[in-house]
Design a protein around this ligand. Structure first.
Ligand code: GLP
Length: 273
């Protein structure tokens, strides 16, 4: 896992936006995975600014990570609403170009299988954008989620419901169940970037990067993925034991390159298959 540390959330978002821009320049119809929550918002805002300045994301398609069960898609706290409000509209993407899991389907298990098939039919996810929960969850894969899990129904931890109560009138309104891409689903994305900015995420980040691979910290499963970059504000990096080493790596990132003829292949450039 590559750890990049920035002074602020906005600076981290700039780094992450560069990654998205490089990918989309190489593959305009890239398939992105979109997280909700507060952490990726500076990235979406920065992408919206770049779209206003000429970046074209109109051919990008996407998938959301998760959705609450039995919450109307029209509810402002539903991830259907969040994705249209924060992603599809401000980024100039086609309406409906981001598929969100269906939490109101009559047959939820079938809907989860269907969602997996839609990702496969789109050719898989080129770049998955992630936040992280204070308990180490990614998507809504709570601690003890199978490392091989697929899109399925999960029961939210009381702590996650409390964390997300700010998007609802009261904690009692936060649904208890959700559908979420599994850890196995997320690990199949070709590239993964994670954003975290707050001090409250520092312990989860340390466990994800430096702890053992364990379903007890679901984000630690990313240690098994070959292309993960964390874009962290300093506060979220504050509990990493090897922080000096990560800064040193970041500083010397391209130091091994020797000038060669032709353009160097850039980070995040995904060669079309
Ligand atoms: C939410 C979402 C996750 C998100 C995480 C952290 O519940 N399901 O996708 O990454 O929890 O959210 P936030 O960034 O608001 O702290």
């Amino acid at each position: 896992m590559e750890v990049r540390i920035y002074p602020t959330a906005d600076a981290a978002a700039q780094g992450a936006a560069d990654a998205v821009a490089v990918l989309v320049a190489a593959k305009p119809e890239a398939v992105l995975g979109f997280a909700t929550g507060t952490s990726p918002m500076p990235l979406y805002r920065e992408l919206a600014r770049r779209v206003a300045a000429g970046l074209d994301l109109s051919r990008v398609r996407g998938f959301a990570l998760d959705e609450y069960v039995n919450l109307s898609p029209e509810h402002p706290g539903s991830y259907h609403s969040v994705i249209s409000r924060e992603v599809t509209e401000p980024l100039g993407m086609r309406p409906g170009s981001v598929t969100v899991p269906d939490g109101t389907a009559v047959d939820l298990e079938l809907a989860c299988e269907h969602f997996e098939r839609l990702i496969a039919r789109a050719g898989g996810i080129d770049l998955q954008i992630l936040g992280i929960g204070t308990d180490g969850h990614i998507g809504f894969n709570e601690p003890t989620s199978s490392l091989a899990s697929r899109t399925r129904i999960k029961t939210l931890m009381p702590s996650t419901r409390a964390d997300n109560a700010r998007f609802f009138a009261s904690i009692d309104d936060v649904p208890i169940h959700c559908v979420t891409q599994g850890l196995g689903t997320i690990l199949e994305a070709r590239r993964v970037l994670m954003l975290a900015s707050e001090e409250s995420k520092a312990a989860a980040i340390a466990a994800a990067v430096e702890g053992p691979v364990s379903s007890f910290c679901p984000a630690s499963a990313l240690q098994m993925h070959p292309h993960v970059v964390l874009f962290l504000a300093a506060a979220a990096a504050s509990k990493l034991q090897q922080i000096d080493y990560y800064r040193y790596v970041q500083e010397h990132k391209d130091g091994w390159r020797v000038p060669r003829d032709g353009p160097a292949r850039q980070d995040w450039e995904i060669v079309k298959r």
